[in-house]
Design a protein around this ligand. Structure first.
Ligand code: SAH
Length: 416
């Protein structure tokens, strides 16, 4: 990763003059507890107006330094904090130290035949509003806020030292794509460094081979956050018939196959994802258990498929339910919970007595306890006896550093 795309080299730098801010008492308390956000309404004094990505320093009532972060006039999250307590010069060296710390957490993955994993998990790795994923020799940086644009060059210099790779691909969040005035020619899917991809990427996860399309795929191309849950499913799959609902590109399905599942049905409403799931089975034909497993894909709405299977009395030994986020904000919590309940019920109705239910939620607005209670309640209503095997949370490359950072929870349970 040496040659810089010309758009990247022409990006603006952040203003040299830092913005000085004071904030409300509750916001000060939150900063003392290392919270990474300052909301617009918490700001009580501001030295001057700023552009996205300008550095903002927050002081307490006694002019003591509280935190430094990146200013975003376009968001109600007005400042995303880079560092608490200690003042810092935010430059390529500073980014390098953050990336080194992030790499240390992920060291154990080197022993796991895994070269697809998250290098930076936003706020939780101290780089708020961005993620960086590695897929073999490609890095994908996904930015959720314009604050990063004036810092991309420094971040790139740091990445080149800490995480060498053949190319760096840029992804922009949907909302950022609309903020054209701040993009300075950057586009979603652009190759920032190295040769543009000519085909899909093949990468390894726990010794299995998966393909990923970082340009058109969901997230950055793969749901890396479910890696550890996929291993758990593999261990539970021997001799079983497995239904993988919201399968995306068949991650859980391929692991179930390696674990000895005899039959696997993958369901997802995305036809391209189902095509990729078929490819992912092809990529692992060198593994006898994958070769001998029967895999079927259904590209349809999950609720409709489950309802149909129930009426046809089709039953499975292991049912995985890993839906998209059902509650995006506070107002959607009740509707989200009722969708989880409905889904759990449908899943239970196609699960044999003595079978295993694996149900996940990625809604950070719904806390783990409430989610697990909802599944228990649904099982009671269905007159099923549910015994927990395990409750799981985040994989090591998706650390949690603040309350809102905890989104993934998953229940493994035996159901009679
Ligand atoms: N289990 C997957 C990740 C699932 S993400 C993995 O391990 O990789 C959620 C998936 O649900 C996406 O692939 C999306 O295409 C799919 N999806 C969203 N709404 C759906 C619906 N109504 N019916 C079926 N699939 C749906």
């Amino acid at each position: 990763m040496t040659n810089l795309n010309s758009t990247l080299s022409k990006l603006p730098s952040p203003a040299t003059k830092r913005i000085a801010l004071r904030v409300s008492a509750p916001a000060e308390r939150a900063l003392h507890q290392n919270h990474p956000w300052v909301f617009d309404q918490a700001i009580t004094q501001q030295s001057h107006a700023g552009a996205p990505g300008d550095l903002a320093v927050i002081f307490d009532g006694n002019r003591r330094f509280l935190a430094i972060g990146l200013y975003d006039p376009t968001s109600f999250i007005r400042v995303r904090i880079l560092q608490h307590r200690q003042p810092a010069v935010i430059d390529a060296d500073w980014y390098q130290s953050k990336l080194i710390a992030a790499n240390q957490i992920r060291n154990p993955l080197a022993q796991q035949s895994t070269d697809g994993y998250r290098i930076v998990h936003g706020e939780n790795d101290g780089l708020p509003g961005l993620v960086i994923d590695r897929y073999a020799e490609s890095l994908v940086i996904k930015i959720y806020s314009p604050i990063w644009i004036p810092h991309l060059k420094d971040l790139f210099l740091a990445l080149a030292k800490t995480n060498p790779a053949e190319r760096l691909i840029l992804r922009l969040s949907r909302s950022l794509m609309k903020q054209k005035e701040f993009l300075h020619g950057l586009e979603d899917g652009m190759t920032l460094s190295g040769q543009p991809l000519e085909e899909l990427i093949l990468f390894r996860e726990n010794g299995l081979t998966f393909e990923c399309d970082p340009l058109r795929g969901q997230k950055t191309g793969f749901f890396l956050d479910q890696r550890e849950n996929r291993v758990r499913v593999e261990k539970l799959s021997k001799g079983k018939s497995v239904l993988n609902v919201f399968a995306y590109t068949g991650g859980f399905s391929v692991y179930a196959a390696r674990g000895g599942a005899k039959e696997i049905v993958s369901v997802d409403s995305s036809a391209p994802a189902m095509e990729a799931a078929i490819h992912n089975f092809s990529h692992n034909q060198n593994i006898p258990a994958v070769r001998s497993a029967i895999h079927e894909t259904i590209a349809e709405d999950a609720f409709e498929v489950l309802t149909r299977m129930r009426s046809q009395k089709k039953m499975f030994d292991l049912v995985i339910l890993d839906p998209p986020m059902f509650a995006q904000n506070q107002n959607q919590i009740a509707a989200g919970l009722s969708a989880y309940r409905k889904l759990a019920r449908l899943g239970l109705d196609v699960l044999r007595a003595g079978g295993i239910l694996v149900q996940a939620s990625c809604s950070s607005r719904i806390d783990a306890e409430t989610f697990f209670d909802t599944i228990h309640q649904t099982a009671r209503e269905a007159n099923r006896r549910l015994t927990e095997i395990e409750r799981t949370a985040h994989a090591l490359d998706h650390p949690i550093k603040f309350e809102e950072g905890a989104y993934l929870k998953c229940l493994f349970a035996t159901v009679f």
